[in-house]
Design a protein around this ligand. Structure first.
Ligand SMILES: Cc1cc2nc3c(=O)[nH]c(=O)nc-3n(C[C@H](O)[C@H](O)[C@H](O)COP(=O)(O)OP(=O)(O)OC[C@H]3O[C@@H](n4cnc5c(N)ncnc54)[C@H](O)[C@@H]3O)c2cc1C
Length: 392
């Protein structure tokens, strides 16, 4: 076994050491939470990621812990609320952030960007669907406060979760999956690793694995601008959401974000996207824009990443469906935890606990309606309604 949080270049063993061994593909928020949930159930876990911890969408300097409120408790909206509560429980349980260098859970201010949003949030509060311990009117301005939310460094949160004696991190890329008891993965070096459960947490790149090209995923480019703090802005304590978001300073930098481009696969940052981020800040929060320097705001750095979104805005979390006449037939030992969209910090702990409970045979943390809403086979069922012969 290895010291956790460091990358091994050689495999301690190609065979599982116990009958409770899992392989997690990807070391972002989905992979780190899944690995930790399984380790807490006394499984040994091997996490595979050639890029190391949080190199994809989970690697921004800061992210906001927040959700969207609605008076309509559809499965989608129930997932947003339940996962928000669950994420706050995880963060408190695991003691993160432990210092304001890693973030704070001191509430998020959501400024209303239009009447429709104001009406939706107000109805969510008035109907009781979102109780006052989660959502209340903001003290100042035209908005609400998401109680207990905040901002944090997602890469450090991932590292914190992976720092467990039962978790080993390897810098390998997975090239294919094989179902079975045990299931297995093939690595780019040709080696095969076996495990009782394999969980794919590789976000949009999962589609490149053989047999997973059918996954209904959208890739949405986002650029975040890291702006130099000023004397005035260093006093800010709470994350502010509008059309985008603004976080308090970390390393003397504020995250101003983020762009949202569906049909753009350009990995390099652009000046135009920085300009869009600042224009949005100026439009919705002119006082903050001014305090940050106005036209003289200094952008010290920026980062591009790709969100992975499902077609119905709910993650894919559950057994991997396979090509048979039965859309509910799942591949033995293979699971997905993907498509956390713009809310990966919020959504991943609940999905991790759901998968770990399924895999280890523990009671599930959500009801059957939410299990179905998250089940990847829902897309096959829907597609079959339109095209009865279709198979993944
Ligand atoms: C600009 C931007 C701003 C955002 N802001 C917020 C925010 O404020 N709050 C919030 O909650 N969310 C935010 N998000 C969304 C959040 O970042 C994502 O939902 C989350 O990071 C998804 O985590 P993940 O683990 O699924 O994917 P990723 O973090 O992308 O991780 C996938 C990992 O899989 C690995 N991988 C890929 N292929 C393979 C393979 N074949 N073998 C092994 N490993 C592989 C990759 O190297 C990568 O590390 C933002 C996203 C963007 C782009």
């Amino acid at each position: 076994m290895t010291k956790t949080g460091t990358l091994l270049t050689q495999h301690p063993t190609d065979q599982p050491s116990t009958s409770r061994h899992a392989i997690v593909i990807g070391a972002g928020l989905a992979g780190a939470t899944t690995a930790r949930a399984l380790a807490e159930q006394h499984w040994t876990v091997t996490v595979l990621d050639p890029q190391g911890i949080a190199a994809g969408a989970s690697g921004n300097l800061a992210g906001v812990v927040y959700s969207t409120a609605s008076p309509h408790l559809t499965p989608q909206n129930r997932f947003y609320q339940t996962s928000y509560r669950h994420a706050l429980r995880w963060l408190h349980h695991y003691g993160f952030p432990s210092s304001d260098q890693d973030g704070q859970l001191n509430g998020v201010i959501q400024h209303f960007v239009n009447d429709k949003q104001r009406d939706k949030f107000t109805a969510a509060m008035d109907s009781g669907a979102w109780p006052a311990d989660l959502l209340r009117p903001a003290l100042a301005g035209n908005g609400v406060e998401l109680v207990g939310g905040g901002y944090l460094r997602p890469d450090r949160w991932c590292r914190h979760l992976l720092n467990h004696p039962a978790i080993t991190l390897l810098d390998d890329s997975v090239t294919s999956l094989q179902e079975g008891s045990p299931a297995s993965v093939t690595l780019d070096k040709g080696t095969r690793l076996h495990a009782n459960a394999v969980i794919v947490c590789a976000a949009g790149a999962s589609q490149q694995l053989p047999g997973l090209g059918w996954l209904p995923l959208k890739h949405i480019r986002g650029q975040v601008s890291y702006c130099q703090a000023t004397e005035a802005s260093r006093q800010w304590q709470q994350a502010q959401c509008h059309g985008g978001y603004l976080t308090p300073a970390l390393d003397d930098l504020h995250c101003v974000g983020a762009t949202f481009n569906l049909h753009d696969s350009q990995p390099a940052p652009t000046d135009a996207d920085d300009a869009d981020n600042l224009a949005q800040l100026k439009h919705y929060l002119p006082g903050h824009w001014q305090a940050l320097g106005g036209e003289a705001i200094i952008i010290q750095d920026r980062r591009v990443a790709f969100r992975c979104q499902s077609l119905d805005f709910v993650p894919l979390c559950g057994p991997l469906p396979v090509a048979t006449d039965n859309p509910h037939r799942a591949a033995t030992g293979l699971y997905l935890n993907l498509a956390h969209g713009s809310r990966g910090i919020t959504g991943t702990p609940l999905c991790a606990d759901l998968l770990a409970s399924k895999i280890t045979g523990q009671p599930l943390p959500v009801d059957a309606q939410l299990v179905d809403a998250l089940d990847p086979s829902r897309f096959i069922v829907r597609k079959r309604k339109r095209q009865p012969e279709w198979k993944p």
